[in-house]
Design a binder for this molecule. Sequence first.
Ligand SMILES: Nc1ncnc2c1ncn2[C@@H]1O[C@H](COP(=O)(O)OP(=O)(O)OP(=O)(O)O)[C@@H](O)[C@H]1O
Ligand SMILES: [Mg+2]
Length: 353
Amino acid sequence: MADDVTVPPAAASEASVAPGVLRAREALKDVPHEPGAAKPDPILVADSVVRRFGGLTAVSVDHIEIQRGAITALIGPNGAGKTTFFNLLTGFDRPDEGEWKFNGSPLAGVPAHKVAKKGMVRTFQLTKALSRLSVIDNMRLGGTGQKGESFWRSLVPGLWKKQEQEITERADDLLKRFKLDAKRADFAGSLSGGQRKLLEMARALMVQPDMVMLDEPMAGVNPALTQSLLGHVKSLREDGMTVLFVEHDMDMVRDISDWVIVMGQGKVIAEGTPDTVMADPRVIDAYLGSHHDGTEHDSAEVAAEVPGASSVDEPAAASSPAASASPAAAPATEKAVSDKPASDKPEGGKADE
Ligand SMILES: Nc1ncnc2c1ncn2[C@@H]1O[C@H](COP(=O)(O)OP(=O)(O)OP(=O)(O)O)[C@@H](O)[C@H]1O
Ligand SMILES: [Mg+2]
């Protein structure tokens, strides 16, 4: 079906397209649109990763490759296993089975702080900024345990001081870049939801990672800050970083991602460029679940209901099953789709103002 649909590097001829975008599109142009597709230069390769919670298999990924230097979106309905997969890959949880390599180095069994040291960092669906620490201290904390840091080096006071200074300088640079410098001395707890998301992304960059994994970076963020967050994610690609992000808002996915991987019930069910994936009946089925029995709608009708598909006249809320997915409001279940009307996923209960 959708495998034969190739999306042209739409703006390849436009001078305005950033080099990172062109590089990523070029690299991915011959990759088949199918689950587990091999990539020309994968930074992350995972095999047979399984995580069970009692009788529930939350993650069962046969094979996945993430292309270096590209922005890959990981999408899927509530409870598909996206966060669990992130937790496994970054050492915050242990799988029942499986192995994966980052930059060629095996990571199974490697704890989270060492994963970060190897250059792979993640942010959380619910932000983890320490609210009783100042913004700058949160940043400094993010800078410890960075790549190349050695215990012995840290014992030499001169070097240690110099490193402290470097960390603070880098923290201040990043705060400026993320327009949080005015909040430097404030408690992180006093920031709005959107600003906390920015802080978390800025903090993740303190370790100068090769790959950044963002779990719903836009959730609960007010539209004014959304654009700035999107801009930051895009700039990571321009800086040569690899981004893997989970997002329910399909307009955002379409806007920033070079490649999309879809999870459903723990498995990778589709892969491809945003346009291809969003027109894929398997994806539509996964999102619409019981709404779509496969007989009463033809695929064009269903495609029109799918996130980001053309001819959406209704408010995004009603037409986008993905956007309606709200784990905070409805704990994830095995049911593929939520019946709830769309609302921004609250982050810690309240959206950014
Ligand atoms: N610690 C846990 N104990 C038991 N079940 C869990 C645990 N963590 C996750 N699950 C279950 O595993 C499944 C996958 O959950 P996960 O949070 O990974 O989904 P998700 O794709 O991130 O969903 P969402 O889009 O809602 O954030 C769900 O059925 C969830 O209830
Ligand atoms: Mg999640």
